[in-house]
Design a protein around this ligand. Structure first.
Ligand SMILES: C[S@@+](CC[C@H](N)C(=O)[O-])C[C@H]1O[C@@H](n2cnc3c(N)ncnc32)[C@H](O)[C@@H]1O
Length: 220
């Protein structure tokens, strides 16, 4: 499988609790609106595979709110997997699973592949902070692993039809300085073509705080 990325996986300082659970300042800000959109527009029951779970907080927060959801963590980064393991231990229920080591850019997602079909794939704040190969791999994976009618839920900053909010443009430049392969993606020009190649139909685009979007696709 893949090796640890040589560069930091996020742009913020994360606290680690004594039990190994990590906490991200950005998740503290965005977890409630993300949970609400997920519950209203994605699913309240079913099997969820999260790609790039990071600290693991979103899965813990959403499964706590939605007792019909079973959520499996994954990531490419071993330190993130450790935090996800700690969130599984601390959950107090058995609907948080994994974590799986998963590199979205690969054509075979290993254990996630054999567990298909999944009802939902989730990826929050990943596609701008990973190379385009990971974005392509994410959509190809959603096409392979989702059941027909299953959903792909993405959250993050985007451009739209070649235009981008000034705060997202500055963020994108920062990202590219760290890694020229990173950068805020244009939903219409870069992302939607990958979705249609993978057999995914755009269902909903919801505006979120701080110029972010929730984007929901359905597997045809
Ligand atoms: C900014 S963090 C977001 C983490 C989490 N989803 C959140 O919202 O807090 C980006 C995550 O993408 C993961 N990542 C980057 N490239 C990846 C890849 N090719 N496959 C899977 N995960 C990847 C990183 O390890 C990191 O955990």
């Amino acid at each position: 499988m893949s090796e640890t990325p040589a560069r930091p996986v996020a742009f913020e300082t994360r606290e680690t609790g004594e039990d190994g659970r990590r906490f991200s300042p950005s998740v503290a800000r965005n977890r409630e609106p993300i949970r609400d959109v997920f519950a209203a527009h994605v699913a309240t029951t079913g099997l969820v595979l999260e790609v790039a779970s990071g600290t693991g907080e979103h899965g813990a927060f959403i499964t706590q709110a939605l007792p019909g959801i079973e959520w499996t963590y994954s990531d490419i980064d071993p330190a993130s997997l450790d935090s996800q393991r700690a969130w599984v231990k601390a959950a107090g229920h058995d609907r948080l699973k994994g974590p799986l080591m998963l590199d979205a850019s690969l054509a075979d997602w290993g254990a996630a592949e054999s567990a298909r079909p999944w009802d939902v794939l989730v990826s929050i704040n990943m596609i701008h902070i990973a190379p385009m190969a990971a974005v392509e791999g994410l959509f190809a994976g959603a096409g392979r692993l989702l059941r027909p009618g299953g959903r792909l839920f993405l959250y993050g900053p985007y451009g739209r039809e070649g235009a981008i909010a000034p705060s997202n443009a500055r963020f994108s430049e920062d990202l590219k300085r760290r890694n020229p392969e990173w950068g805020v993606r244009d939903l219409d020009q870069e992302v939607l073509p990958l979705a249609s190649l993978a057999g995914l139909v755009l269902q909903n685009v919801a505006e979120m705080p701080a110029n972010n979007l929730s984007v929901i696709f359905e597997r045809a």
